[in-house]
Design a protein around this ligand. Structure first.
Ligand code: PMP
Length: 349
């Protein structure tokens, strides 16, 4: 979900952006209008996340999965081993991709105790000293597992896939070597990826790294080695402005905590719905839940769809239901969902 105000602004500006008489998709990415947008959007993102000067910000193609191979290719000169934590479907896929380029070790996986799923504590992972980097996913979109720990791995750079929780709360950027995210959750449209990379990790790529996926090339060319995904970049710029207007990430975090508390409390107080993720790992963005009687799943989905709730079907890997409540979802959306769920339980339970 994107903020309605952003979509309305994009709609209003579609045929005449910035007084140019054309849409933003039709202007040159190297022209002064787009360059101004590019610079301002980077500055706004830096303000939102308090990104220090020794970190570069890249706007690249390829979404989240694009970084699954871009990271190992670009850090290959740091060593042959990539150390990964697996906490769900996306971090599992990241391992498969990484293994094509580097020796890839899985340091830890989730535990299942009394039916409750828990991610390993980040800092219990023992990274070998010759590891090129430590990789994890801070929010498993499919499984609804979020890792809130602050990583501390000494000299080993930490690489994090934040595709589905970036911009949902303030971060200490210096805890990370590389933060990457596909845009289509809290940033903008699919296809764009944002990479925040510490300067000393730029320039360590394999010789055969394609130039469009080389951090070094993209840093040297201000993310314009090739034509960037300009419309996605433009929408991301509008989302950054919107976030600043909301009061920044400290404010959006409070909004997100309120929303997910509403839903988790309701689920926990019901015998009809359940969520089996350990409290310390419950995602604020993606809330999977099961019905006590799975034969009612299809009916639940059909009925909710009729009432205007979209995309409640759980991912095909895990089944059940999943409510994704990204930044742009208002509290009223969650309240309405809870009301629907209560009524469904009353009539079907
Ligand atoms: N990582 C995470 C955490 C994701 O949620 C997704 C997509 N949902 C991806 C990676 C892959 O992103 P993309 O489809 O943009 O390649």
């Amino acid at each position: 979900m994107l903020p309605k105000a952003v979509l309305q602004r994009a709609q209003a500006e579609l045929l005449d952006w910035n007084g140019t008489g054309t849409s933003v998709m039709e202007v040159s990415h190297r022209g002064s209008d787009f360059m101004k947008l590019a610079r301002k959007s980077e500055q706004d993102l830096r303000t939102l996340l308090s990104i220090p000067d020794n970190y570069k910000v890249l706007f690249m193609h390829g979404g989240g999965r694009g970084q699954f191979f871009t990271v190992p290719m670009n850090l290959a000169k740091r060593g042959n081993i990539a150390s990964h934590l697996v906490s769900g479907e996306w971090s599992k896929i990241a391992v498969q991709e990484s293994a094509k380029y580097l020796q890839t070790e899985v340091l830890a996986e989730n535990s299942l105790i009394d039916g409750v799923v828990k991610a390993p504590s980040l800092n219990d992972c023992k990274v070998s000293p010759d590891s090129a980097y430590f990789h994890y996913c801070s929010n498993e979109t499919v499984n609804g597992i979020e890792i809130f720990d602050r990583p501390a791995f000494g000299d080993t750079p930490v690489v994090v896939d934040m595709s589905s929780n970036i911009l949902s709360r303030p971060l200490n950027i210096e805890d990370y070597g590389i933060i990457y995210a596909g845009a289509q959750k809290n940033i903008g449209p699919a296809g764009l990826s944002i990479v925040i990379v510490r300067e000393d990790l730029v320039g360590l790529e394999r010789e055969d790294t394609p130039a469009v996926f080389s951090y070094k090339e993209q840093v040297a060319n201000f993310s314009m080695y090739n034509t960037p995904p300009t419309f996605g970049w433009y929408l991301a710029a509008l989302v950054f402005e919107w976030l600043l207007e909301q009061g920044g990430l400290a404010a959006i975090e409070q909004h997100n905590i309120r929303k997910c508390d509403t839903l988790y409390k309701f689920i926990d107080n019901s015998d009809f719905y359940s969520n089996n993720i350990h409290e310390s790992n419950r995602s604020r963005m993606n809330i999977p839940f099961l019905l006590a009687n799975s034969e009612l799943d299809e009916h639940f989905l059909a009925q909710s769809h009729k009432e205007g709730f979209h995309a409640l079907k759980g991912h095909r890997f895990v089944g059940g239901m999943r409510a994704s409540i990204y930044n742009a979802m208002p509290q009223e959306g969650v309240d309405a969902l809870v009301e629907f769920m209560r009524e469904f339980e009353r009539t079907q339970g």
